[in-house]
Design a protein around this ligand. Structure first.
Ligand code: UDP
Length: 323
């Protein structure tokens, strides 16, 4: 039986496709290529379609015997989501509705969902636990929370069980260096830092150095993209084994400041990456660190590549190959 990966041409999606293939799984990819890259996918079955096209999506389910769906296809930029709420609700929330309906009609019962730490909003506790309050501060996080809630009711009504994986800061790339993080425009710290030695940008701006953290810059929990990929695999196995729906954080449990990221990148690239302190970026919490104890305990997951050095080294290998 095959695994359907929606959004499999995107950053985390393409790494997850590779991981499932390494486990000898047959993978079917659907992606509308709005932000994904066709060249990032080497799947046997690739459908360039939008999940909101229910008829076309239904045909994919008719063409293959789908065991589980891993759902990445969604818009994921916080800033853009604040400017385009219609597009975010339409692509993310309506997209999920279409997917759930097609799954229901085809009797497919397992769904692994790509969620986010943005569902929590300003944290109550550090590290953040799955039981903490969810109160998103941006449209993106709000749409992901709405999607989580939709799955809950579809589970109750039709027995579609799900695992929602709330990622912290995804970073790094496949060790082989053939796929990596390529957003346009780029807004994430690690790829932006690495663009400086690649001469795509002259310097980095650090958004605020007056936060209540050890060096004044924001602290984030960076998690290697291949560790995220392995969690999707374990979640899929968990559902196939007949376990109940649940929600898990995925992070390292280690926080690194913006300055620490810049220092590690200087070390790895051998470039003195100029960095200038700027105003705080609106909406940035000082510290975001996950408790992933639940994923460890229940899914048997643990990060294989938890160090910042390894994450940046792998990202750098890919950046060196990209034009
Ligand atoms: N950041 C920065 N300069 C940049 C981009 C990001 O100082 O050019 C900081 C940002 O303020 C945050 C951290 O780096 O504290 C991580 O930001 P990113 O956008 O990668 O992820 P987020 O935590 O916002 O999801």
């Amino acid at each position: 039986m095959a695994i359907l990966i929606t959004g499999g041409a995107g950053y985390i999606g393409s790494h997850t496709v590779t991981y499932f293939q390494q486990q000898e799984k047959e993978v079917v990819v659907v992606d509308n290529l709005q932000t994904g890259h066709r060249k990032s996918v080497e799947a046997d079955h690739f459908y360039p379609l939008d999940i909101r096209d229910q008829e076309a999506l239904d045909q994919v389910f008719k063409n293959h015997k789908i065991q589980s769906v891993i759902h990445f296809a969604a818009s994921s930029l916080v800033g853009e989501s604040m400017e385009k709420p219609y597009e975010y609700y339409h692509n993310n929330v309506y997209g999920m509705l279409c997917l759930l309906e097609v799954m229901k009609n085809n009797g497919v019962k397992n769904l692994v969902f790509s969620s986010t730490a943005a569902v929590y909003g300003e944290p109550e506790n550090i590290p953040i636990q799955e039981t903490d309050k969810t109160d998103p501060t941006n449209t993106y996080g709000e749409t992901k929370l709405a999607m989580e809630k939709m799955m809950k009711w579809f589970d109750q009504a039709y027995g579609i069980t799900y695992v929602s994986l709330r990622y912290f800061n995804a970073a790094g790339a496949h060790e082989k260096g053939h796929i990596g993080e390529a957003h346009d425009p780029e807004t994430h710290l690690i790829p932006l830092v690495l663009q400086v030695p690649r001469k795509k940008r002259q310097q980095l701006f650090i958004f605020g150095d007056d936060y209540p953290t050890m060096d004044g810059t924001c602290v984030r929990d960076y998690i290697h993209v291949m560790d995220l990929a392995s969690a999707h695999y374990l979640a899929q196995q968990y559902l196939v084994a007949g376990n109940r729906s649940d929600v898990f954080n995925l992070g390292n449990g280690n926080g690194y400041s913006v300055k620490e990221v810049v220092a590690a990148a200087r070390n790895i690239t051998g470039h003195n990456i100029p960095a200038e302190i700027k105003e705080r970026r609106p909406g940035d919490p000082a510290t975001l660190i996950a408790s992933s104890e639940k994923a460890t305990k229940i899914l048997g997951w643990s990060p294989r590549y938890p160090t910042l050095e390894k994450i940046i080294e792998d990202a750098w290998r890919w950046h060196c190959r990209e034009e």
